[in-house]
Each structure stands twice: as structure tokens, then as C-alpha cells.
Design a protein around this ligand. Structure first.
Ligand code: NDP
Ligand code: HSE
Length: 439
């Protein structure tokens, strides 16, 4: 049988990694897919750039129409990035031409996925996006197919490799934020705009996708509450360590009584939890299904090889199903398109969590009592409280408090009242805390 011809858009970290894997493992891939997979054209921005992969037999172009208008190309692999512009136009164009799409572009899927999947369903084309979430971990397949017998109750994950790499290197090697970020960029982990990694946007894109396939809801990126790692201070990393916690940047999605929680933010996690020990560029996703119970999925979250592993797995899936009736394929978002639910996403004010607080307060009798009274008035129970320092009178000293689970709006109210105390510095640090005791 003739090989399936594909066009790759983007020959950067992931594009070249994909070409490498397709060449290196060509025989194994053909034995699995039933046909060979051949890259016939590749779209790039700068045609004269040196590439690290073997492009023998690949025609390079800067014109997307060359991929779209080639009748021999059955699958377009979009590996450029961005939720608009050329990436969106190319994918829309591919669907309109009846070509299948494989993409690693989580921004594109999280922002435009609802429309793209509807268009693809009409045309009977596939859009595969395993590599868009958690790099080499086949988490989309696990949730969409492996757990289709479960009601998924919640998931929590470290889903940005760059952010986890930065936090791990800073904590274990005392390196500077900027120095580690530059290394992450050199290693090809970071997004074109690394603010997406550092400010949590990339993790929010990924959480949007995970929540959709876990709960059968439309993609709702704009409803994800998002905080990044850029405001974490080393002082809090140290206090957390003393208390037996690590600070991790988590994406959390959960079905609760009134709706769905979708949130990305730094979080204290007990140091004996597996998630707390996921270091460097590694990702891990904890998924809790009613039948299977809690499961943990771990692997490299970024980089050429791991991401190419997922891109090629999608290609094999698409090639295997080229001739199947579109009605009998796995639905893009796991649930049949006409069965998606409109269960609301909760505003962060309505989300419950435990908290770590650090405030600087004057070392004077009665100050701690004022602080605990404010928390008590709002029904916030204290789990632990520590005042640091040598106790010199009238000096500002850090007070670290761990609370029990409470509503975010109560905590916001408490923080406002605490900041108004004359004896407390208004710069109060608040980090959410999750025990992740899901067994
Ligand atoms: P790179 O920046 O390394 O590569 C981007 C590629 O796209 C380059 O080859 C570039 O061409 C090409 N490109 C960009 N703009 C245009 C344009 N206007 N016209 C034609 N070609 C263009 O990105 P990555 O490989 O790191 O990422 C690609 C996608 O994969 C992104 O969506 C990213 O979020 C996603 N992803 C990345 C992972 C990673 O570890 N890096 C992991 C998982 C997903 P040229 O080379 O000529 O400049
Ligand atoms: N920039 C992303 C990360 C790439 O660091 O996780 C993988 O999606």
C-alpha cells in the first residue's frame, strides 16, 4: 500500500522532532498504522534556516496554500503555534478541503476548538490533539478512551513543563528565575511567548481541554481562573518546606455540587504526595474516576522527543481510521457532540480551598488575637499558626497561617479586613493548599 502523505506546518522543536521520529521509527510505525507515513511538504517562515532534521524528499514552502492544494496530502500537522492567524487559517482550510488535522497547539484548541470540531464533524474529518496536553503523556487517550466507563469526579495536574522546571531548579539549586527560563527556552520547552508558561496561560489552555473531555462540557478557556508562578517568593517556598509542603503550579478541575471548578494556580501540596515530587520538565496528572479511583499519569511534559511521540501516535490513529465511517470514530471531546452538558463553571469566589497565609505583623500583645478573630468571624478555622523571628518587641515579624477549607469569598473578605489592621502590613501572601488526599 502507498504511504500516507502528510504536510507539516512548522519545523521548530516539535516539527523537527516529529520528522526525526517518523524517519527513525518508520518500520515500526508502518507496522502499527498499516501504511507508511511520509512527509511530502513542510511549511516554514524562513526557508533558508538551518534545520536539525533530515528533510530529504520534503518540499519546503512559505505558502500554506501549497499544503492545502496538494491533493495527495491527506493529513496536515499543525506545529506552528498561536490561537489565530496562520495556524487557525491553515486548520480551517484543511477542514474545508476535507483533510485531517493533527496539532500540538493547545491555544488553538482551547480557544477555537468548539467551532473547529463542529466544522470537522460536518466534513467528516478528524482533529487529533494528544500532544497539546502534557507533552508525551497520552492523557487525552487515557481520559477519552481508557476511562469512558467512569464518571470523572476531579483531576489535578502539573501541566506546564517550563514552569515546573523553573520552580524545581530554583528550589533545589537556588538558581535565578531568569537564568532557568533562558535554559528552558534553549531546551525548546517554552512557548514562543514565555509569559504563557510563567503566567499560567499555557496551563489554562491545557486544563480547558482536559476538563472538556473529562466532564463532557464545551471548551471554556475564558472561564478558567488563572494565576502563574511569577509571584512566588523564595520565603514562601522555605516556609512551606518547614511545614512539610512543596509549592507546585497545578491545574485543577472538579465537579462539585453547584458546578465545575476550573483553576490554575500555585498550590501547597504535602511533600509526601507523588505530585509534590514531580520535578523538572516532568508533568503528572492525577485523575479520579468513580469506578477506577485515583490514577496518576507521569512523563515528560515538553521537548522535541516526548511531544513528537504524541504527535506520531495521533498520526497513527488517524491513518488507522482513514477509511472508517466518521460517525463511528471517537468523538473529538470524548462525549458525542450533541450530548455536551451546560453545567456552569463556578466563579473563583464560589470555590473552596484551604489556604497558606503569610502576613507581617508587629510583635505586640493582642495582634495575633486580632488576626485570629477576623478569621474566626468569617468562619475560617485555623489548622496551624507560626510566628517567626526572635521576638523583639514592636518589630514586624512574619506570621504563617494554614487554614482549613473555606470559601474563596470568605478568604477575600478576611484578607481585606486583615490588611486594614494598623499592626499588619497590607502585603499579605495567600497561596491555596490542596491535600490531594483522594484515596
Ligand atoms: P517553534 O517556535 O520551535 O517552531 C515553530 C515553527 O513554526 C517554526 O518552524 C516556524 O518557522 C514555524 N512558523 C511560525 N510562524 C510561521 C508562519 N507565519 N508561517 C510559516 N511557518 C511559521 O515552536 P514549537 O515547536 O516549540 O511549538 C510548536 C507548537 O507545539 C506550539 O503550538 C506549541 O505550543 C506546541 N507544543 C510545544 C511543545 C514543546 O515542547 N516545544 C510541547 C507541546 C506542544 P521557522 O522555523 O522558519 O521560523
Ligand atoms: N511550553 C509548554 C510547557 C510546552 O512548558 O509545558 C508543552 O506543552
Amino acid at each position: 500500500m502507498n504511504p500516507v502523505k502528510i504536510g507539516i506546518a512548522g519545523l521548530g522543536t516539535v516539527g523537527c522532532g516529529t520528522v526525526d521520529v517518523l524517519i527513525r521509527n518508520a518500520d515500526e510505525i508502518a507496522r502499527r498504522a498499516g501504511r507508511g507515513i511520509q512527509v511530502s511538504r513542510a511549511l516554514v517562515k524562513n526557508i533558508s534556516k538551518d534545520r536539525s532534521c533530515d528533510l530529504n524528499g520534503v518540499e519546503l514552502t512559505t505558502n500554506p496554500e501549497d499544503l492545502l492544494n496538494d491533493p495527495e496530502i491527506e493529513i496536515i500537522v499543525e506545529l506552528m503555534g498561536g490561537d489565530s492567524g496562520i495556524a487557525l487559517e491553515l486548520v480551517q482550510g484543511a477542514i474545508a478541503c476535507g483533510k485531517h488535522v493533527v496539532t500540538a497547539n493547545k491555544a488553538l484548541i482551547a480557544v477555537n476548538g468548539n467551532q473547529l470540531f463542529a466544522a470537522a464533524q460536518k466534513k467528516g474529518t478528524m482533529i487529533a490533539f494528544e500532544s497539546a496536553v502534557a507533552g508525551g503523556i497520552p492523557i487525552i487517550k487515557v481520559i477519552r478512551e481508557g476511562f469512558s466507563g467512569n464518571v470523572i469526579r476531579r483531576l489535578a495536574g502539573i501541566i506546564n513543563g517550563t514552569g515546573n522546571f523553573i520552580m524545581s531548579e530554583m528550589r533545589t539549586k537556588q538558581r535565578s528565575f531568569q537564568d532557568v527560563l533562558v535554559e528552558a527556552q534553549d531546551l525548546g520547552y517554552a512557548e514562543a511567548d514565555p509569559a504563557f508558561d510563567v503566567q499560567g496561560t499555557d496551563a489554562a489552555h491545557k486544563l480547558t481541554i482536559l476538563a472538556s473531555i473529562a466532564f463532557g462540557i464545551p471548551l471554556q478557556f475564558s472561564h478558567v481562573y488563572t494565576e502563574g508562578i511569577d509571584k512566588i517568593e523564595s520565603e514562601d517556598v522555605e516556609h512551606a518546606k518547614t511545614l512539610g509542603f512543596r509549592i507546585k503550579h497545578l491545574g485543577i478541575a472538579a465537579q462539585v455540587t453547584d458546578g465545575i471548578e476550573l483553576r490554575v494556580h500555585p498550590c501547597l501540596v504535602p511533600e509526601n504526595r507523588l505530585l509534590a515530587n514531580v520535578e523538572g520538565v516532568m508533568n503528572a496528572v492525577l485523575v479520579d474516576g468513580d469506578a477506577v479511583g485515583p490514577t496518576l499519569h507521569y512523563g515528560a511534559g515538553a521537548g522535541a522527543g516526548p511531544t513528537a511521540s504524541a504527535v506520531v501516535a495521533d498520526l497513527v490513529d488517524v491513518v488507522r481510521t482513514l477509511t472508517t465511517d466518521p460517525e463511528n470514530r471517537v468523538p473529538h471531546l470524548a462525549f458525542q457532540a450533541n450530548s455536551l452538558s451546560d453545567i456552569p463553571i463556578l466563579p473563583i469566589d464560589e470555590v473552596s480551598s484551604a489556604y497558606y497565609l503569610r502576613l507581617n505583623a508587629i510583635n505586640r500583645p493582642g495582634v495575633l488575637a486580632d488576626v485570629t478573630r477576623i478569621l474566626g468571624d468569617l468562619n475560617i478555622s485555623i489548622e496551624a499558626i507560626q510566628q517567626k523571628g526572635d521576638g523583639s518587641p514592636d518589630e514586624f515579624l512574619p506570621i504563617v497561617i494554614l487554614t482549613q477549607v473555606t470559601l474563596e469569598k470568605n478568604m477575600n473578605c478576611a484578607l481585606e479586613r486583615l490588611a486594614q489592621l494598623e499592626t499588619v502590613n497590607s502585603d499579605i501572601v495567600r497561596i491555596r493548599l490542596e491535600n490531594l488526599n483522594w484515596s
